[in-house]
Ligand binder design. Structure first.
Ligand code: NAI
Length: 677
């Protein structure tokens, strides 16, 4: 008999056919993660299994959220010392070695998330079966935390599926669904939920040979081929990440290239490499970013609100995409526009989105069925959430709110996607002004995770919390901000963009400006970003901000817009475009960019960030960092703008601002926050 009473996180059952079913169910947690306690218990259970000698063992999750989401990130941030990290990793490795060595067939039965350490545990089983649903996600996303697999994942995966696919998965951190995993050989079978158990049992009773890749793929791990492939991989990674910013992918390639033929050595070097990376600044900062993301998620949990019906008014660029996204995430959506052609475009774009994201025709159709064009606005009366996204005009928006308030359910969330009109102004139109809250999405909606939750002076905090809950419901990240001009993200970004325009009008070539920003770690240079957002949109945000803040708009931006050069969408902006790609002007190699380009760009951004913090636009420095990382892609390996300021030292940066003010003028005047902090 198995005694389960001593396990907090696992349950072991042995059925009459002597198949052991080992359920993981981490206590007090919605998802399974491999904490030290969970691993310690598994250690004990493997001993029990070895003694019981069942016909076979199936490891599965008792939670609907999925199999195992990975290691416990909070625990490993605490590991500042390399030796401590090395010890923990080595223990994890030997645990999975014991699992692998069990003398009977073992199967990982996977649904939902199977990531990082969870995937490595599955790889230590002889077989794997996965549920064939889009929500099944398998992968080794450790690079996203600045490390690489450490529990034998980099040792077991290349021989299992061949080096090209294995390394690609680990270097990109991307995840795959069950069907793709089966194609790759990562799982033996991807089957519908109702057949999962049967598939696992069949593997146990039939004991087919464990998966092996084809001959050619086996060769990719040989000593002759490894150095060649490693060179190609390094070049490919270099297109995306610089080694000084993101060392982990390079460390993984080196590890595999050097020790890929020697399993025991590869294991010990894998552990050593991860322990070194973990104590480095990039991993510490990326883990910080992960925890910031968790914090944003938790802000959506403060109110119990589970909306089912959403009504979006305004089916333009934003409203249309917000509506499509809500339907993708399972909500019933009506989208209203006075112009039927706009609604036609919404449906067309939604089809494209669903094809890309859902792939399976049945699921695409279901999402389309949830998205209803609604010219007359019948959806208002039934909606739990109403989002206004008509064009940016005070009286049009006010009159709309006046019309819909009496029709809406009394407890419906009333939200606006305005990017510049103060909530205080808009809510005047309502008989219950405290109801209005801003949900400021970013463009493109499907790619930008952040949504600013905007509260005006009169907004009821409970409504803001419900808005945050709604945003979580559609898998976006809520950031509470006040209704100050530009809110947080656009306001902090704008001085940086305008400084880039100023540099360009001084004659610094666009590519050099962009290069300075990407060298700092921004995902895209500011000139290309301005072109991508649209210069007309940049100009209108800049003008709104310039009215209320100390921002002046460079003439050059006005000239370009007046000349119809609106950026990528018009084929010409700062750059010329062929399709989606900029044709970069040739710059003379001899003309070096001025030495202060990076400082000019970044310090204007940091100065504005300090001002926002002083004014309380966001509650604290961590939230500001989270907002800029998820709203603009601010160099994640630097941990966010405020974290960067703290690392660089406030005093030094303030001195630099003063130098820049002397050289370039008042726009570099240090905000009062620098002196007072
Ligand atoms: P848009 O001009 O693409 O779309 C506006 C749509 O609203 C049009 O299809 C129009 O026919 C419709 N419309 C206007 N008045 C209406 C009414 N009374 N009833 C029903 N439909 C009506 O505008 P876009 O860019 O989508 O912007 C919408 C809102 O989102 C604005 O408040 C804007 O400030 C904000 N925003 C825009 C972002 C962007 O990058 N475009 C980013 C974040 C927010």
């Amino acid at each position: 008999m198995v005694d389960n009473s001593s396990y907090k996180h696992w349950r072991l059952e042995i059925d009459p056919r002597r198949v052991a079913w080992l359920y993981i169910d981490k206590a007090e947690s919605s998802a399974n993660v491999l904490s030290e306690e969970v691993l310690d218990e598994l250690h004990e259970i493997i001993g029990v299994l070895a003694a019981e000698r069942p016909r076979g063992a199936v490891i599965l999750s008792a939670k609907s959220s999925g199999f195992i989401a990975g290691a416990d990130v909070k625990e490993f941030t605490a590991l500042k010392q390399q030796e401590q990290a090395l010890e923990l990793i080595s223990r994890g490795q030997s645990l999975l070695d014991r699992l692998e060595a069990l003398p009977f067939p073992t199967v990982a039965m996977i649904h939902g998330f199977c990531l990082g350490g969870g995937m490595e545990l599955a790889l230590a089983c002889r077989y794997r079966v996965a549920e064939d649903e889009p929500r099944t996600r398998l992968g080794l996303p450790e690079v996203k935390l600045g490390i690489h697999p450490g529990f034998g994942g980099s040792v077991r995966l290349p021989p299992l599926i061949g080096a090209p696919a294995a390394m690609d998965l680990m270097l990109s951190g991307r995840t795959v669904d069950g069907r793709r995993a089966q194609k790759l050989g990562l799982v033996d079978y991807a089957v519908p939920a109702r057949q999962l158990k049967r598939a696992a049992e069949n593997l146990i009773f039939e004991e087919p040979p464990a998966h092996q890749p084809g001959r050619l793929l086996q060769l990719t791990n040989s000593a002759v081929v490894r150095p060649l492939l490693a060179g190609m991989m390094r070049r490919k990674v270099a297109q995306k990440a610089k080694p000084e910013h993101y060392p982990a992918p390079y460390a993984l390639i080196d590890l595999w290239a050097e020790y890929g033929g020697d399993r025991a050595r590869m294991l010990s070097e894998e552990a050593r490499s991860v322990a070194t990376l973990l104590s480095g600044e990039t991993a510490q900062n990326l883990v910080r970013v992960f925890l910031l993301q968790e914090r944003l998620k938790s802000l959506g949990r403060e109110a119990a609100f589970t909306p089912q019906r959403v009504h979006v008014i305004g089916g333009g660029v934003m409203g249309g995409d917000i509506a499509a996204w809500c339907a993708l995430r399972g909500l019933q959506v009506t989208v209203q526009d006075r112009n039927p052609e706009s609604l036609g475009r919404v449906i067309k774009r939604a089809q494209g989105l669903y094809k890309k994201r859902l792939k399976v025709p049945r699921l695409m159709q279901a999402a389309m069925d949830r998205l209803m064009p609604d010219i007359k606005g019948d959806g208002v009366a039934k909606a739990d959430v109403i989002i206004e996204a008509i064009f940016e005009d005070v009286s049009a928006k006010q009159s709309l709110f006046r019309d819909i308030e009496p029709l809406a359910k009394p407890d419906a969330l009333l939200a606006t996607n305005t990017s510049s009109i103060p909530l205080e102004t808009l809510c005047e139109a309502l008989s219950r002004p405290e109801r209005l809250v801003g949900v400021h999405f970013f463009n493109p909606v499907a790619q930008m995770q952040l949504v600013e939750i905007v509260s005006g002076a009169r907004t009821d905090p409970a409504e803001a919390q419900r808005a945050a809950a709604f945003v979580r419901h559609i898998d976006r990240l809520p950031l509470p901000v006040t209704s100050a001009p530009g809110f947080l993200v656009n306001r902090v970004l704008m001085p940086y963009l305008l400084e880039a325009v100023a540099l360009e009008s001084e004659g610094v070539p666009g590519p050099q400006i962009d290069q300075a920003a990407t060298d700092f770690g921004m995902p895209m240079g500011p000139i290309l970003l301005a072109d991508t957002v649209g210069l007309d949109i940049c100009l209108s945000v800049a003008e709104i901000l310039s009215e209320r803040l100390n921002v002046s708009v460079p003439e050059r931006l006005r000239e370009l817009v007046a000349a119809g050069r609106l950026g990528k969408k018009s084929g010409r902006g700062f750059y010329e475009y062929q399709g989606d790609k900029p044709v970069l002007p040739k710059t003379e190699k001899t003309t070096a960019a001025p030495a202060d380009v990076t400082d000019r760009l970044m310090l204007r951004m940091l100065n504005e960030a300090m001002a926002c913090l002083r004014e309380g636009v966001v509650a604290d420095a961590d939230l500001l960092d989270a907002g800029m990382i998820y709203g603009t892609g601010f160099a994640p390996f630097r941990g966010g703008p405020m974290h960067y300021v703290a690392r660089k030292g406030m005093g030094d940066l303030q001195v630099r601002l003063e130098e820049l003010e002397r050289a370039h003028g008042e726009r570099f005047h240090a905000d009062a926050a620098w002196a007072s902090s």
